[in-house]
Design a protein around this ligand. Structure first.
Ligand code: DWN
Ligand code: SAH
Length: 405
């Protein structure tokens, strides 16, 4: 197999097995035609890029009924407010600036600019979430970001001062073409700012559920510099973020146009100390994943034997990897509670656990809830105090498998 970025020969260091689409929540009559692929992570020692070997076609994942809406987490909406403000203060100093966002989803980030009458444009291929963004006053083009789109936008809107993305860049396999499109659409001294789940956090926390079809890459600063460096961009600043279980924000500019902050060198050093560049680290990660699977299966097996009821909390994309890798299905998890109407009444991909509205969970009294949206733990714990005071207990599996006391 070859690395997507540099073409070097590389091989998967493990397999999570046959996987369905992470967001392929389905109806019973669709079970027999469900799509599967092999989920195998690999690490390229030449360009330091962590990636999955096979990714389903983008159109199979991002379409007119994509079921993830950014606004489902209030904490994330607040985070986007801070992200927008941070960008505004640092990089929007020119007159009548234009802000573009790749993968703007339901407009949770761009709305901040829209409300302040800042010129903006979102580029979002999933038509349903793009429509939701428009209903919030966010100008949105339904399209995958490409050089053609960038050329058309540069003519219609002018060039962008900043191009933003959040939890999107790691979804796009051909980053060379993203860099070409950025080159067309970005002003000469403009910046590209994006944030994504961070490889260092994933390894440290054994959050292997970050690995699924949509996440074709899990980035480190080494990888981002080597991927975009091929197209004349360099990382000029970085910022560690607590979102989605540990993320990194990268600011990139055309080489030599802006000073490189000390934080970049510091992070590159830290990555070396964490041995993110060594194949051995990924062998250890495979062992961590296997241990996590054994422990989660053992805990759920014990609770079942004791006659306890366990439900899942939040039908996340990430949970598709956990359930299918650990072979956990409706025998162990009665149902999954979720707030998204597009998922409710359907079944989880692959293992076919029913998804039910959150109202059902609130009215029910299960003994245990497996926290699948562990990345929104603070927000969920705050909202679910009643579950806990009624005797309900949380099971978590990141950073380790345990029942929270
Ligand atoms: O990268 C991605 C991130 C940003 O969002 C995408 N590829 C897909 C998606 O990943 P995810 O599905 O793992 O995201 P979340 O934000 O961890 O989970 C969202 C799901 O959780 C939604 O279905 C709504 C649900 N949820 C809930 O039922 N109750 C979420 C919260 C916060 C809640 O309180
Ligand atoms: N930025 C949002 C959404 C992240 S989910 C947030 O952080 O909450 C990933 C989003 O990227 C989806 O809305 C998906 O439709 C979009 N996407 C995937 N591939 C893309 C591409 N090539 N160009 C633009 N957007 C893309």
């Amino acid at each position: 197999m070859n690395c997507r970025i540099c073409g070097s020969s590389t091989a998967p260091f493990m397999s999570f097995g046959r996987m369905p689409l992470a967001n392929g929540f389905l109806r019973e009559q669709e079970f027999s035609s469900e799509y599967f692929y092999e989920l195998q992570p690999m690490f390229c020692e030449t360009c330091h890029t962590f990636q999955i070997a096979e990714q389903p076609a983008p159109e199979a994942m991002f379409h007119g009924s994509y079921p993830f809406y950014s606004r489902t987490s209030c904490a994330m909406v607040e985070h986007f407010g801070r992200y927008a403000q941070w960008v505004g203060e640092r990089y929007l100093d020119g007159r009548d600036p234009l802000v573009a966002e790749i993968g703007s989803n339901d407009g949770a980030l761009l709305e901040y600019f829209a409300k302040r009458s800042v010129r903006h444009i979102g580029i979002e291929p999933s038509a349903n979430v793009a429509e939701e963004a428009r209903s919030h006053g966010v100008k949105t083009l339904t399209a995958f970001f490409s050089s053609d789109v960038a050329e058309a936008l540069a003519i219609e809107e002018g060039k962008a001062d900043v191009i933003l993305a959040a939890n999107v860049m790691c979804h796009i396999p051909d980053l060379g073409s993203v860099a070409s499109a950025v080159d067309i659409f970005l002003k000469p001294e403009g910046v590209l700012v994006f944030e994504d789940p961070y490889l260092g956090d994933m390894l440290a926390k054994t959050s292997y559920d970050q690995i699924y079809d949509e996440h074709v890459y899990i980035f480190s600063c080494h990888a981002v510099n080597s991927i975009f460096g091929r197209s004349g961009l360099e990382v000029i600043d970085v910022q560690a973020l607590p979102t989605h279980g540990g993320s990194m924000r990268y600011v990139l500019a055309r080489c030599g146009t802006r000073p490189v902050e000390a934080a970049v060198k510091e992070l590159m050093e830290a990555e070396k100390n964490l041995e993110l560049h060594l194949a051995d680290r990924y062998d250890r990660f495979r062992e961590q994943c296997e241990t996590s699977r054994t422990q989660l299966r053992a805990l759920l097996g014990r609770l079942k034997e004791e006659g306890d009821r366990v439900v899942g909390y939040a039908a996340t994309s990430k949970s598709t990897t956990v359930f299918n890798y650990c072979e956990i299905g409706p025998d162990e998890i009665e149902y999954i509670s979720d707030t998204t109407p597009l998922k409710q009444g359907r079944f989880s991909p692959g293992m076919h656990i029913p998804v039910r509205p959150h109202e059902d969970f609130a009215a029910d009294c299960p003994g245990y809830a497996l926290l699948l949206a562990w990345n929104h733990r603070d927000e969920i714990m705050k909202n679910e105090q009643e579950f806990y005071s009624n005797g309900g207990r949380w099971i978590v599996f990141v950073p380790q498998v345990e029942i929270l006391s």
